[in-house]
Design a protein around this ligand. Structure first.
Ligand SMILES: Nc1nc2c(c(=O)[nH]1)N[C@H]1C(S)=C(S)[C@@H](COP(=O)(O)O)O[C@H]1N2
Ligand SMILES: [Mo]
Length: 542
């Protein structure tokens, strides 16, 4: 047993407790710091970012790319818990080897400073002041609690009643400090949160847009939008239904995904909050005229509105990581041409303020597809989690090779010069979106016999969806009715009216694009370049 433990078990010994409390106090200083200023992340977040970055590719493949908010919380809580346990061990060590343990505490402080300083959004001075104050306050807490324990030992000998008085005193202080640490963290999170950027964003009014899919967002999509009326009727017998007819189907994905419901994927533990007035986009690399452009200058350019379906390469067949929004922005060819790209440049490599990168062939911004430097989503300035103040949206490419959020730099380079964030982690460098379809309704797995609808969405950028079919218990494929679609770059709703008779059914769906490519039933997992296979549901009709 380690000295200084008396007869208590290791975990519940007072020295261990003293160490844990001191570590918690130190961490809470970091949390408070991070809440009141945008200039630094917290110690816990910084270590989390470090862990995400060093985790080997084959471990993160298909896990961190889709690290949900829940997993992010689990990661952060584990780091906090582990740090507190380390603190406990230091507390025990400090009873016998006090210099060594305080040096170790300082060592953790230095590690914290280093981790903070790697965070691209944390300034060096903020990293230093945070970690120095956290370390000092942590060490002082430990010294103080240890002094209470020492008093106890000295007085124990004289009068046993002192043991209880001092034990109570120690416990009171330890409890009080724990509560203080929790309160500091909580108050910081809730009351002192730095809302500057949130408020700035809310007051931005995007300028009018002259060109593009200027359809109303949300419920009321006009039936006769110019683009809708030019949409060709799908060949092969399916009917074409209006947006409102489709959106009325209960449980179907609305044609336009609202900003609130749009999926979110990124490696950011702390969402970058950027003041547009402190931000510029730099365009450089293999160009004749590198330049920087401000948010206001971007808003003064000719903005367009385009309806583009964005999806994540990690989306499983039938999965939720896909959405269809109207994006407001400047066509990327304009942004890039202004920099006069050299004839030799092949790749457009985009960098975010939080150190994420993604690259794709330069030719994709000149081949007629929608490729935007986007500032708006469904009529509003980009939501902070979706990239405020600016991001890329490129039709037909998975998000991880193109859709950089919180963008700060566009660099033109050779194809082999540079790889985006996910490429060395085992994902393909070229990543066009694959044809796919999803069943949204029926949502229940047990229904009553009678008329039902089977419905969902299908996408196949850039060509668009020509046909969607469903099959019951591997029977013949039956063609569905399709909704309108504003272009091949966005998804299509589909519906099949089903006279359901009692029995057990497996329903499958498959899509065909306008080039005649049929969605394959071979099962392919998301890594390295997107899932393949058919979505299916099992349902019982009674
Ligand atoms: N800065 C940054 N941008 C990013 C990512 C990221 O991790 N960091 N992830 C990409 C991936 S993998 C996807 S699928 C899309 C998701 O965009 P969304 O969260 O707006 O749906 O963002 C892309 N842009
Ligand atoms: Mo993604």
């Amino acid at each position: 047993m380690i000295d200084g433990l008396n007869n208590k078990t290791f975990l519940f010994s007072r020295p261990f407790l003293a160490g844990m409390v001191s570590a918690a106090v130190a961490l809470s200083v970091g949390e408070l710091f991070a809440s009141v200023t945008n200039r630094t992340t917290s110690l816990v977040y910084a270590v989390g970012e470090f862990i995400i970055d060093i985790t080997p590719g084959d471990v993160v493949r298909g896990s961190i790319e889709t690290l949900g908010n829940y997993q992010k919380v689990v990661l952060l809580c584990s780091i906090a818990l582990l740090s507190i346990i380390f603190g406990g061990i230091l507390g025990v060590l400090s009873r016998k080897h006090s210099e060594k343990s305080y040096l170790l505490f300082i060592g953790f402080g230095i590690f914290g400073a280093w981790a903070l300083n790697r965070d691209p959004l944390t300034t060096t001075s903020a990293a230093l002041s945070l970690s120095v104050s956290a370390t000092l306050i942590g060490i002082s807490s430990l010294l103080f609690l240890n002094s209470l324990l020492n008093e106890k030992e000295e007085e124990d000998v004289e009068d046993p009643r002192n043991t209880y008085a001092n034990r109570r005193q120690f416990i009171n202080w330890a409890t009080g400090m724990t509560v203080a640490a929790g309160t500091l963290t909580g108050v910081g999170r809730v009351l002192l949160r730095d809302d500057t950027v949130r408020n700035i964003r809310e007051n931005i009014v995007l300028p009018d847009v002259k060109e593009g899919n200027d359809l109303l967002i949300n419920e009321s999509i006009p039936e006769e939008t110019p683009l809708a009326s030019t949409t060709t009727t799908p060949s092969g017998g399916g009917n074409l239904l209006s947006f409102s007819e489709m959106n009325e189907i209960e449980g179907i994905s609305p044609y336009i995904t609202s900003n609130e419901d749009f999926y979110r994927i990124d490696t950011a533990l702390r969402v970058p909050t950027i003041e547009p007035s402190n931000w510029t986009l730099r365009v450089d690399g293999l160009v004749g005229n590198p330049y920087e452009i401000s948010y206001d200058e971007i808003l003064k350019m000719d903005l367009v509105k385009k309806n583009v379906t964005l999806t994540c390469v990690s989306n499983e067949i039938g999965g939720p990581l896909v959405g269809n929004a109207v994006w407001t922005g400047v066509p990327l060819d304009q942004i890039v041409s202004k920099a006069e790209p050299l004839a030799t440049s092949e790749q457009i490599m985009c960098h975010s303020v939080d150190g994420f990168t993604a690259g794709f062939p330069l030719e994709n911004i000149f081949d007629g597809r929608t490729a935007l430097l986007a500032v708006g989503m469904n009529g509003a300035p980009l939501p902070i989690i979706h990239g405020f103040p600016a991001r890329l949206v490129v039709a037909g490419l998975y998000g991880y090779v193109s859709a950089v959020k919180w963008i700060k730099r566009i660099e033109l380079c050779n194809w082999d010069d540079n790889d985006g964030y996910w490429i060395p982690r085992g994902w393909s460098k070229r990543a066009p979106i694959k044809i796919s379809s999803r069943i949204d309704v029926p949502q229940k797995r047990k229904i009553e016999s009678g008329m039902h609808v089977v419905a969902g969405v299908a996408w196949a950028p850039l060509s668009g969806i020509k046909k969607v079919e469903v099959s019951f218990n591997s029977g013949p494929w039956k063609e569905c009715d399709l909704g309108l679609s504003l272009s091949g770059e966005s998804w299509t709703q589909w519906v099949y009216k089903w006279e359901a008779e009692p029995g057990k059914y497996e329903i499958k769906v498959r899509a065909t694009d306008k080039n005649g490519v049929v969605q394959s039933s071979n099962i392919v997992s998301p890594a390295p370049n997107g899932a393949e296979g058919l979505d299916k549901i099992s349902i019982r009709v009674v």
